[in-house]
Ligand binder design. Structure first.
Ligand code: IVH
Length: 674
């Protein structure tokens, strides 16, 4: 009996090995070469047989089996992986002069001229891969550069990443590279998301980053990510240049960027730069420059790195991408806080990998300043390839008979007359009961950073407004059991859950109350400043404009807004209701002195590796001050994904702008105060 089974197993093992070999070969021909030699049907037959056998003999499943790419069970969360050496970022050069200066520094440091390996800089997400005796064992994200997330299961679904290497060195091997998504795959993904009512990804990089963070590898497998490797961390005898490193990576079975060239001098480098720049639009993926590296690895070692970036490499960036298109219409919408926001609807145009249909115009003043009109031909640009905005209007191409854009005089949502306020940019609807504002106010009040009322989102806010006449957050605390249960979409259970969540929110404290009130220009940070300065809502409401203005970190404009907000009778009414309901509106003060004391930070957009709250916490822990809006006092603007109008404002004021990655590098370099 036993020996029969043994014979069996040996045979099965043999068949499995053959099948895997065969499938690997066809995977390579199909995915990498793009030249399959068997039909999909034949391939499916092979694959099915493999799955069948592996199901029957689970003990014979190997980690490098092609079946392991389909994605295992969903994960609870990611383990962390330390990076040694850290995964640094790169210094940027924006023109030839800056590259020359870099070359001069290198020549001086080494006392000789060097050759450069120039590679297209793919706009993706950095990864690290580890192999043991040629088998893929672990892959991770960059994280903060020092520790990343273990995303092995997700990376296994990427066909470009070999699960087993050809003739790779024995023992441990670490390589680094970039995961990316093609523009075509992104637009397919976005179409699907649009149909499903999910938010769209702004660009392929965000999509790749978002995909690698999914906890369900099966979902990752559906998104067709790709990977390029460009860096061998482990020292390998015989590999003494970057050129040889790339060749070795290729030979082991990795995908290596074909757009690369060994340049003997700067002239050759600049020529290559122009060639690649000219071809970038024809590539199926986004590149945003060249990475230029000292070819000789010994020289790299001598040059070393700063805390942020290696001295032996530089990112030679392409100019911001621009596109010309036509403004089809101007639209004015009303925001949660009542401000009127103009948006240009554009004739769709391809820009930096995405189709752009709309460009934000921030406020009516900006529209007037640009004198942008319907029918105008405009140049749109993406700031750091992120949000499109109108760079300039080509007045020469303006069709005859156009008139300057006129901001509305009445609120597009409720029809109330709009008001312009002294000293404040923008146009506002001040109708407290404007439906957009009421719903927005409820949503903000219930949001995570404010009172965190689970179950109260956009839909429920709309129902509360429409069906029960809730007009402000104060009304929430007077809802009676039974008032919701009969409504569509509600039942007794959801009603009781919501009422419980509302009750629970009473103890969040003053700073979250102030944020949740939606005072114009007061985000969570300003709210925290006000709360710790005044300690109670009564003291804040009794304060003069000057007293508010004197708080470090609060500007005149914000002081004005805060002061005016609490003069409104609707607000006084609301606060009285909240008090009556027993909502806690007091706070205790706290302050940290540390390496960043005196520095103020503003964050715009989403940071890839931490929430806004976490980033604020990290800044405070170092003695710095996180702020909500950019002013001349801002030390740094940190730009994440999908940044807002703060970016343009910071550019205008000449504030130092840093990327999320640079911010993370700064955090890594600066430990929090004790
Ligand atoms: S070398 C020590 N080569 O660009 C850093 N990076 O903006 C070594 N990148 O963090 C990086 N293509 O994620 C290198 N051919 C290439 C690259 C590349 C894209 C990314 C990488 C890096 C980022 C810096």
């Amino acid at each position: 009996m036993g020996s029969e089974r043994k014979v069996d197993i040996e045979k099965v093992k043999e068949e499995l090995e053959k099948l895997r070999e065969e499938i690997r070969k066809h995977d390579y021909l199909y995915y990498v070469k793009g030249e399959p030699i068997i039909s999909d049907y034949e391939y499916d037959q092979l694959y099915r047989r493999l799955l069948e056998l592996e199901k029957q003999y689970p003990e014979l499943v190997t980690p490098d089996s092609p079946s392991q790419r389909v994605g295992g069970a969903p994960l609870e969360g990611f383990e962390t992986v330390p990076h040694n050496p850290p995964m640094l970022s790169l210094d940027n050069a924006y023109d030839e002069e800056e590259v020359k200066a870099w070359e001069t520094r290198i020549r001086k440091a080494l006392g000789r001229k060097v050759e450069f390996m120039a590679e297209a800089k793919i706009d993706g997400v950095a990864i690290s891969l580890e192999y043991e005796d040629g088998l893929f064992v672990r892959g991770s994200t960059r994280g903060d550069g020092y520790t990343g997330d273990d995303i092995t299961a997700n990376l296994k679904t990427i066909r470009d990443i070999p699960l087993r290497l050809n003739n790779a060195p024995r023992g441990h091997l670490e390589v680094r590279g970039e995961v990316y998504m093609t523009r075509e795959d992104l637009s397919r993904l976005n179409k699907k998301r649009e149909a499903e009512g999910q938010p769209l990804f702004a660009n392929p990089r965000n999509a790749a980053a978002g995909t690698l963070k999914l906890l369900d590898p099966k979902e990752v497998a559906k998104r067709h990510l790709h990977a390029w490797l460009y860096y061998i961390i482990t020292k390998i005898p015989g590999i003494d240049t970057q050129e040889k490193a790339l060749e070795a990576l290729e030979k082991w079975g990795f995908q290596v960027n074909p757009q690369r060239r060994l340049c003997r001098n700067l002239d050759e480098l600049f020529k290559f730069y122009r060639e690649v720049e000219a071809s970038r639009e024809n590539l199926p993926y986004n590149i945003d420059g060249l990475v230029v590296k000292v070819n000789d690895l010994k020289a790299q070692e001598i040059l070393g790195a700063t805390a942020k970036a290696p001295r032996w490499a530089i990112a030679f960036k392409f100019k911001a991408e621009q596109a010309t298109t036509v403004v089809e219409s101007l639209e004015w919408s009303v925001g949660r806080a009542g401000s009127i926001t103009p948006v240009a609807n554009l004739r769709p145009v391809l820009l930096a990998g995405t189709t752009v249909k709309r460009a934000g115009l921030f406020n009516p003043e900006r529209v007037a300043e640009l004198d942008v009109r319907e029918g105008d031909t405009v140049i749109v640009e993406k700031a750091g390839d992120i949000i499109p905005y109108i760079r300039e209007v080509n007045y020469a191409l303006r069709p005859p008979g156009t008139k300057p854009a006129k901001p509305p005089t009445k609120c597009p949502a409720c029809g109330s007359p709009l008001v312009k306020e002294e000293g404040i940019v923008g146009l506002f609807c001040r109708n407290w009961e404007c439906p957009v504002q009421v719903r927005g106010r409820l949503e903000l009040w219930a949001s995570r950073g404010a009172m965190d009322i689970e179950g109260l989102g956009e839909k429920v806010a709309a129902v509360l407004y429409r069906e029960i006449g809730v007009r402000d957050p104060g009304d929430l605390y007077f809802l009676k059991p039974g008032c919701l249960a009969h409504l569509r979409g509600f039942g007794e259970l959801s009603e009781s859950n919501l009422l419980k969540a509302i009750e629970k929110s009473k103890d969040r404290g003053l700073s979250r109350v102030l944020y949740g009130l939606g005072i114009p220009n007061v985000g969570s940070e300003t709210a925290a400043l006000l709360a710790s300065h005044f300690g109670s809502i009564d003291k804040l409401m009794a304060a003069s404009k000057d007293e508010i203005d004197e708080i470090p970190g609060i500007g005149e404009k914000v002081a004005h807004e805060v002061y005016n907000f609490f003069r409104r009778k609707e607000v006084k009414n609301l606060i009285a209701k909240l008090k009556k309901a027993g909502v806690k509106m007091e706070e205790v003060a706290r302050e940290v002195v540390g390496p960043w004391t005196g520095l103020t930070f503003v964050i715009t957009g989403t940071l890839p590796s931490m929430s806004r709250e976490e980033a604020h916490e990290a800044i405070r822990a170092r003695g710095g001050k996180p702020m909500d809006s950019v002013s001349s006092k801002t030390s740094y603007l940190v730009v994440g994904e999908n940044p807002g109008s703060k970016l343009a404002k910071a550019e205008k004021l000449g504030i130092k702008i840093i990327t999320a990655a640079q911010f993370e590098a700064m955090l890594a370099e600066t430990p929090p105060a004790k």
